[in-house]
Every structure is written in C-alpha cells, then in structure tokens.
Design a protein around this ligand. Structure first.
Ligand code: ZN
Ligand code: ZN
Length: 380
C-alpha cells in the first residue's frame, strides 16, 4: 500500500519546527475529527493519516528515522503506540486516543455486551476565554438528554406492577428459528428483544423507563485546560432504555482566540509596540500579562522583532509540570501625525548621520551592498 508523505499530509515543510508541526496537526485534527465529519469514510481515513503523521513527526527519534528511511522505517514492528490504525475500531477509541481524558476513570469502557444496553455518551462543546481556561472555572451547563423515569425508577412498568419475563424467549430476548438445517438467532418478536413484557406501562414514560429532560449540571473546569481537552462526567450521559446504565458526558473544551495573547502549550506570545526612541536609547516599558501589567527593561539599540522572555508568566498545564513563559516580541512603531517642528527635528537628526550609514545603520548599509552586488553579478 503506498502511503502519502507525512510532511505533505500535515502540509508542512521538511524543515518545520516542532511548534509548526503541532499547530498544523491541531488544525487538521479539528477539521477531520470524526465528531465533525459525521461518518464520512474518506475523511475518516484522512483523520487517521493526519494522526499517524503527527505521531511520527512529533517524536524527534521517529522523525529522524523517517527522514532517513521513509515509511520503510516503520513497516515492521511499528515503533509502538500506533498499532490501532485501519482496524475499523469504533470512533470512541480513536477519540480517546487523541484527546486524553483529563479525569474520570476508564472503568466503564469495554464492557462487552453491556455497552449496547447502556445509554449514549453525550458531548458538550464548551467555548471559553483564555483567562478562564488558564485559571479554571466552575460553571453550570444545560444539557438536553434522557434521564431515568422517576415514578417507575426506570423499569417502565406502572406503579404497583412489574415487568413480566417474556414467555416466548424466557427472558433471553432472542429466539432460535430453524431454517432448513440451520438454527438462526433472532430478536424475540414478542418482546422485541427486551426479554420482558410491560403489560401496564408507566404513564410518565409510556414504558420506556426514561424521559427527555434538560439537565443542569455544574462542571468544574480545572486550571490549565486547552483546546482539544475534554472532561468526562461519568454517568451523566443519556440514560439507557428500561433501566439500563447511563452513558458519559464529555465536555469538549474550545478556547477562544484572545485579543492580545496567543497560546502554544504552556507558553504565551504577544506583540508589544514600542516607540523608536525607547528602542534606540533603551528604557522600561509596560507589558501585559494574564495577572496584570509587568515592567520590562528594554536595552539600548533594540531592534524590531526582538523577543523578550518573562519566565513563569505563561500557563501551568492541567497535566502539571512547570509554568510556561510569556514571550513578548517588540515591534517598533514609526511615529505618525508629526507636526512641522517634529519633522524639522527628524530632518536635523537625519542630517547629523549623513554619509555615515555604515556606522548608524549597519544593517541597511549591508543590505544595499548586497543588492548592488546582486545587480552587478547580473550584468557582468
Ligand atoms: Zn421475548
Ligand atoms: Zn416511567
């Protein structure tokens, strides 16, 4: 089977940084995620490709192997960790794999036959601000769902009566039908596979054992969550029919774009405009942090685009570890709306440097020397 190039799959250069790879992956994972593509098989394949490419390229060792040997490096014995592809496994497995659960045990999973009985899992998309995501928040969410019927305690049978075991299938829910030589298992036609008959159905749920209701839940979002994280509320999904167990509710976090900060993992990035006098002479400027203002010393002769690191002013991940940094990129702002006097001063200033570009603006001088050489080489 021929495979697409991992870099092409993620749409990044071979020289892409770790951060660029992660960014590309996040974007594509959101785009092709099975929850968003509603069973489109082509997109499902695409999602698996993206996930596989990321798993290889995000690991320095594997990336090196891939760069050297291509796909052949992973054809045997799989470096481990991604053996689950293409097995037609259900989506919930793929899902759990990509976005690790923050809390809540995995004890309910894989219960074999019970899973079909159990109510459906629900997903709640939660949009939140960067501040809330960083600090954590307690909030109430409203979820339309099925809950166990109270009057009948989920049995579906009216007060005072009980569901009777189906006499056709003796409570098995299945019957054997003979077709020539073969015995075929079929759902019991009398009880429709339920194994029991409700002769006097509950008036509230009409025998279903559950009713539709909008539930209000209080959710505690832990500090440090990021887009793609999800929080499992065990047993808060839909109630199953006829008293069967409930599914889980997953709160899927999506952090909204921030006006000032861009987050990457535990680090925050922001651009800070500064005047060119401060840049030239040095000085102290104020920069924003998530906890308020902070002072930043700018040395003399600072160039536009210079990055300053404020240690520990980033984010602490929900998974623990050290708090990240705030990286401020200073961008020099050219003055606008100058009056005549100010223009005069600038002209005088410029004259004071005339003929000495290499001393005062060495980069500019070097650049134009390079341009001159470029044209000389073209014409020679
Ligand atoms: Zn039956
Ligand atoms: Zn009921």
């Amino acid at each position: 089977m021929s495979k697409s190039d991992y870099y092409e799959v993620l749409g990044v250069d071979k020289s892409a940084t770790e951060r660029e790879i992660k960014k590309a992956y996040k974007r594509l994972a959101m785009k092709y995620h099975p929850d968003r593509t509603e069973g489109n098989k082509d997109l499902e394949v695409k999602f698996k490709e993206v996930k596989e490419a990321y798993e290889i390229l995000s690991d320095a060792g594997n990336r090196q192997k891939y760069d050297q040997y291509g796909h052949a490096a992973f054809e045997q014995g799989h470096g481990g960790g991604h053996g689950g592809f293409g097995g037609g496994g259900d989506f919930s497995d793929v899902f759990g794999d990509v976005f690790g659960d923050i809390f809540g045990g995995g004890g309910r999973r894989g219960g074999g036959g019970q899973r079909q009985q159990r109510g459906s899992d629900l997903r709640y998309n939660l949009e939140m601000s960067l501040e809330d995501a960083v600090r954590g928040k307690e909030l109430e969410i409203k979820v339309p769902t099925w809950v166990s019927c109270e009057p009948c305690h989920g049995s579906g049978a009216n007060k005072g009566s009980k569901p009777k075991t189906c006499s056709t299938c003796h409570g098995q829910g299945q019957v054997q039908m003979r077709q020539g030589f073969f015995a075929v298992q079929q759902p019991c036609p009398t009880c429709k596979g339920q194994g029991q008959i409700i002769s006097d159905p509950c008036k509230s749920c009409y025998g279903q054992g559950r009713v539709e209701k909008t539930k209000t839940l209080s959710v505690k979002i832990p500090a440090g969550v990021d887009t793609g994280d999800r929080i499992r509320l065990a047993g808060e999904g839909e109630a199953g029919p006829n008293g069967a167990g409930s599914g889980d509710l997953f709160v899927q976090v999506h952090v909204k774009e921030h006006k000032i900060f861009e987050r990457d993992g535990t680090n925050l990035y922001c651009n800070v405009p500064i005047g060119f006098t401060t840049a030239a002479l040095g000085g102290e400027i104020e920069v924003p942090t998530l906890d308020g203002r902070a002072k930043l010393k700018v040395p003399a002769e600072t160039q536009s685009g210079k990055m300053f690191r404020l240690r520990g002013k980033g984010v602490k991940s929900v998974r623990g570890g050290a708090t990240g940094d705030l990286l401020c990129k200073v961008v020099i702002e050219t003055p606008v709306n100058l009056n005549d006097k100010q223009k005069d001063l600038l002209n005088q200033f410029e004259e004071s440097m005339s003929g000495k570009t290499s001393k005062y603006r060495p980069k500019e001088q070097g650049f134009f020397d390079g341009v001159k050489k470029f044209f000389d080489d073209l014409t020679s």
